[in-house]
Design a protein around this ligand. Structure first.
Ligand code: ACM
Ligand code: ZN
Length: 662
């Protein structure tokens, strides 16, 4: 749509836009437009001709024009590809009309999301007209028009009397909506009517499209189980950040979580573990309480639909050949049969009881994948493939005979054969497999995508072999690692992996040639829930670090930590409105040290909040606004306590943190 047709006024045109009992491997490591037009002026001046309170109204009018209320500056996460602030603001009021293309039901739903927020926070909904928007080009309002061809892209142009949203496709319209929501006051995310808020959008020009097609967030629902209402909230938060793949980890050693009609025992029995380890996996202490939970196929269908309406594809993960003890505990015949008794695991780790590559097993797996494929329209099906010990296969006469018969070199090649056989089956159903790094061992299946978690090496190898790769490296994209000083944080997997570490990580390894780099299709943040027994803990660990991963997945521009933290501080206000229990370490000093001599350590400190200074003491007293400002590393002796807090404009903004150096 050309600009002239839309009478947008002058403006700047944007450019074109280990074995059993061992820890999981990672454990323990640690916007000109004509000048602003005041809507209240035109509204009220009509009225003053009609009513007798002419003088009072005129005074009010002058007062409000004099104030010239403005919208806040755009602070969007993830940062759009192009954003230019223009002068003035557009106000959404209860009479603001919305024009959309007739017959676009997906767009109607997307606009419905805006009305959902307005209904809750503002107490009104906008009238949506599907009369041809082109016929209303000279009117004021919000106009949605299909334009452009770049997948998931949109162009927003906000002027004082018009919001023009051009979207390439349904996802583009949905992402334009997410941006509009973030341009409004954060009160738009409130769930009850907000008094005295003017729903102002800053005038601006935004051209946007993603860096990667795959922007994922994972959730392990096996080590701990999370119910469907929480998963819907999880997906809503992903969508707010333009994250479009939900990787749903559904089967594990510690519990099978998806109903499979042909094998009811998988959920009748396999959902349960008799108890759960307390503390770390090494504690040896158990809670004695049976733990279970599973998703019925009806719930799965409902969630898949819910996600699709938010442009999130759910990728189910069914683990093969390892991490399969829950299934084997139900159907021991799927194992190598070396043990008398198989039981769902009660602690975290890697277990040697894995699927035995025999016909019975393949029949079972094909049946399971048949039902899974029926439930999930996703092109990609995750087959796990990680951490499969070879101990049982080494002892199993069937496995050894199979290795000989197939002329394979070893158990790694047997694993590759296992995965390739399942790949053929899944491909025959029109789907593609994705698996963790270990599917590279013994040779990558011909069409497989790789999810690179063991650092970057697997991702690099796969891209060099021209296989598509999603980067999800531990510990950089592992949200189960500490995000602040472990001394004062709840138990986590390792680390710390700070917000900045996640933000700074570049998911396109520099060693790859430009041609090879094209095989990096995206990023994913992993949420393994060993130490996240509750939804609140999941949100605490995931946010705000997932904002950094979302931005790496969406934003094409160079990294800009200062810009990110400025935007994030505003964005956290949105998360507050949504009642997200994110970690508040953003405002706290992180005290780190380097061991120097036996008697001394060198201390460094940092804080994420923009424009903050760290003030500290070394004598045990509480730092105040007049304590020394941290300016760089310093040495401490063994008897000193470093106490620190972040300050801005003379006010403490976060928590007091301290560390003893004995
Ligand atoms: C993994 O963390 N085992 C993929
Ligand atoms: Zn076997």
């Amino acid at each position: 749509m050309s600009e002239q047709q839309w009478h947008l006024g002058p403006g700047t045109v944007p450019p074109s836009a280990p074995e059993e009992g061992g820890a999981r491997l990672r454990e323990g490591s640690r916007s000109d437009v004509p000048g602003p037009k005041c809507h209240c002026c035109s509204d009220i001046s009509n009225k003053v001709n009609k009513v007798k309170y002419i003088v009072i109204s005129a005074v009010l009018l002058l007062a409000s024009c004099g104030q010239k209320q403005e919208a806040g500056e755009p602070q969007i996460i993830p940062q759009p590809a192009f954003l230019q602030r223009l002068e003035g603001s557009f106000e959404i009021g209860r009479k603001t009309p919305v024009f959309i293309d007739a017959g676009d039901s997906a767009l109607l739903r997307t606009v419905g999301f805006l009305n959902g927020h307005l209904q809750k926070a503002a107490g009104f909904e906008l009238q949506v007209s599907d009369d041809d928007p082109l016929r209303h080009g000279n009117e004021e309002g919000i106009f949605w028009l299909q334009a452009g061809s770049l997948p998931e892209s949109y162009h927003l142009r906000i002027t004082p009397d018009k919001v023009l949203v051009e979207y390439a496709d349904g996802a583009g319209a949905f992402y334009a909506l997410q941006t509009l929501l973030q341009l409004l006051p954060d009160a738009i995310f409130a769930d009850s009517p907000q008094r005295g808020v003017r729903w102002l959008l800053p005038c601006c020009d935004i051209e946007d499209s993603p860096r990667f097609p795959y922007r994922g967030m994972h959730l392990d629902c096996c080590l701990h189980f999370f119910d469907i209402p929480f998963l819907k909230r999880y997906i809503d938060l992903m969508a707010l950040h333009k994250v479009n793949r939900f990787h749903w980890h559904l089967t594990e050693d510690q519990g099978w979580r998806i109903e499979i009609k042909k094998y009811p025992l998988l959920t009748e029995k396999g959902q349960w573990r008799k108890e759960t380890v307390v503390g770390s996996l090494h504690s040896g202490i158990y809670d004695g309480k049976p733990y279970g939970g599973f998703y019925s196929q009806e719930e799965v269908k409902d969630l898949v639909k819910y996600a699709a309406e938010r442009y999130v594809t759910i990728i189910p993960e069914i683990e093969i050949p390892g991490h399969s003890l829950a299934a084997i505990s139900c159907y021991p015949e799927l194992s190598c049969g070396l043990e008398d008794h198989y039981e769902t695991a009660t602690k975290w780790g890697i277990f040697k009881q894995v699927y035995c590559p025999k016909e019975e097993t393949f029949k079972f797996l094909e049946d399971v994948f048949d039902e899974v494929i029926e439930l999930f329209p996703s092109e990609l099906i995750h087959i796990g493939g990680d951490e499969c010990p070879k101990a049982s296969w080494k002892q199993c006469p069937h496995c050894q005979a199979l290795i000989k018969k197939l002329g394979l070199k070893d158990e790694y090649e047997l694993q590759s054969w296992f995965i390739q056989r399942m790949e053929k089956y899944i491909n025959s159903k029109g789907r593609q497999i994705i698996g963790w790094d270990e599917i590279l061992e013994g040779g990558l299946a011909p069409n497989a995508r790789v999810m690179s978690w063991l650092g970057e090496e697997g991702g690099i190898k796969a891209a060099q072999q021209h296989h598509e790769v999603v980067m999800a490296p531990y510990p950089k994209y592992y949200l189960d690692y500490w995000q602040a000083d472990p001394d004062s944080e709840p138990l986590a997997m390792g680390g710390p992996t700070l917000l900045r570490t996640m933000y700074d990580y570049n998911p396109v390894p520099a060693v790859l040639s430009p041609e090879e780099q094209k095989y990096i299709i995206g990023v994913e943040g992993c949420v393994w829930t060993e130490y996240m027994p509750t939804p609140a803990r999941v949100e605490y660990m995931a946010w705000p670090r997932m904002c950094a991963i979302a931005e790496s997945g969406w934003t094409k521009a160079e990294k800009d930590w200062d810009g990110f933290t400025r935007r994030l501080e505003t964005h956290l206000g949105r998360l507050d409105r949504l009642d997200v229990g994110y970690c508040h370490a953003f405002w706290d000093p992180f005290i780190d040290f380097h061991k120097d001599t036996e008697y001394s350590k060198v201390v460094t400190m940092s804080v994420d909040a923009p424009g903050a200074e760290i003030r500290y003491t070394l004598d045990g007293s509480t730092p105040t606004a007049s304590s020394p400002v941290y300016e760089g590393p310093f040495a401490v002796n063994r008897q000193q306590r470093v106490s620190a807090a972040a300050f801005r404009n003379g006010k403490q903004i976060g928590k007091l943190k301290y560390k003893d150096f004995r």
